[in-house]
Design a protein around this ligand. Structure first.
Ligand code: ZN
Length: 162
């Protein structure tokens, strides 16, 4: 597995852990669990407030097997937690990691080679420091700053050529 695959896998584990962190909750005299969250295409109607369209959908399942598809406002209300915010951040991080795949995997390779003095080119400690910071930032699901992207691009291209 590449570093990007590892990072995406960790994000998926965090998603599962978040779902599992919910105690069953009551809604209209029934006990529900939060079982999933996804982006609906096409958009759908919220089973609780009947608002249309909703795109960010949480699925809740009652103990007697009834499944409801719920929008952001309603899921936050009935669970009394900032559920929609968590899922929205989760998706942004997943998109960022996926988009930055080339830099993440490229920098993982460069930093590993640097540790074992296996790089075919010279690199200053200052630049290594910058690459390390950019790498950590992207692995944490954030986009690199413009400066970080420039230095990452420079060395990842250099590495690809050599
Ligand atoms: Zn609703």
């Amino acid at each position: 597995m590449t570093k990007t695959d590892d990072t995406l896998f960790e994000l998926k584990m965090a998603f599962v852990a978040f779902l599992n962190s919910f105690f069953p909750f009551e809604y209209e005299n029934k006990t529900y669990r939060l079982v999933n969250n996804y982006v609906a295409t096409p958009w759908i109607r919220c089973d609780i407030c009947r608002n249309y369209p909703i795109q960010d959908v949480s699925i809740i399942l009652s103990s007697d097997g009834q499944e409801l598809r719920v929008g952001t406002k309603c899921i936050d209300q009935i669970t009394n937690r900032k559920v929609s915010e968590w899922f929205s951040e989760f998706r942004t991080k997943r998109e960022n990691v996926t988009r930055n795949r080339r830099y993440i995997d490229g920098l993982a390779s460069i930093l590993t080679a640097y540790e074992s003095s296996g790089l075919p080119f010279q690199i200053s400690e200052n630049d290594i420091d910058g690459l390390q910071k950019a790498f950590e930032r992207m692995c944490n699901g954030f986009d690199p700053t413009i400066k970080q992207e420039q230095i990452a691009e420079c060395y990842v291209s250099l590495r690809a050529r050599g």
